[in-house]
Design a protein around this ligand. Structure first.
Ligand code: GTP
Ligand code: MG
Length: 149
């Protein structure tokens, strides 16, 4: 089953939104297979956001994502990479569709509360960047038969 990397950013942690954000994915039927709070180093931040190196907002982005703890998650389920991005909403919260996480909780592109992998390849790369293999848990859920036909 497909996996994605999701991360409550430092603004989401500081604002006490961790539980509500995780709940949205649990309630959708997705399964958490990795979960931890951590402080990102600059080195890890620069790797994670490597595609944006050299862009005008890059330093600010690295400063922000290392400014406080984050909650890192590996989440599994049907089409989870694309669906999680839909649930998050557009990068700029002011452009995000009503009801999405970013529209519900944010107003500024540099304080958009959550990260989600943008493709299955990114998801694989990011999960490997943030989790050691033994931190990812394989388990079944009795409820899966009520989520998947
Ligand atoms: P992530 O899930 O965090 O990767 O966001 P995204 O995939 O929706 O957007 P993208 O990867 O293009 O950008 C990464 C992060 O950089 C965004 O979440 C924003 O916080 C920030 N960012 C992107 N574009 C801009 C910009 O034009 N200005 C500023 N200030 N920040 C930006
Ligand atoms: Mg991105």
């Amino acid at each position: 089953m497909e996996r994605t990397y999701l991360m409550v950013k430092p603004d989401g942690v500081q604002r006490g939104l961790v539980g509500q954000i995780i709940s949205r994915f649990e309630q959708r039927g997705y399964k958490i297979v990795g979960l931890k709070m951590m402080q990102i180093t600059r080195e890890l931040a620069e790797k994670h956001y490597g595609e944006h190196a050299g862009k005008p907002f890059f330093q600010g982005l690295v400063d922000f994502i290392t400014s406080g703890p984050v909650v890192a998650m590996a989440v599994e389920g049907k089409d989870v990479v694309a669906t999680a991005r839909e649930m998050m909403g557009a990068t700029n919260p002011l452009k995000a569709a009503p009801g999405t996480i970013r529209a519900t909780y944010g107003v500024d592109v540099g304080r958009n509360v959550i990260h989600g992998s943008d493709s299955p390849a990114s998801a694989e790369r990011e999960i490997a960047l943030f989790f050691r293999p033994e931190e990812l848990v394989d388990y079944g859920r009795a409820i899966d038969a009520w989520i998947y036909e």
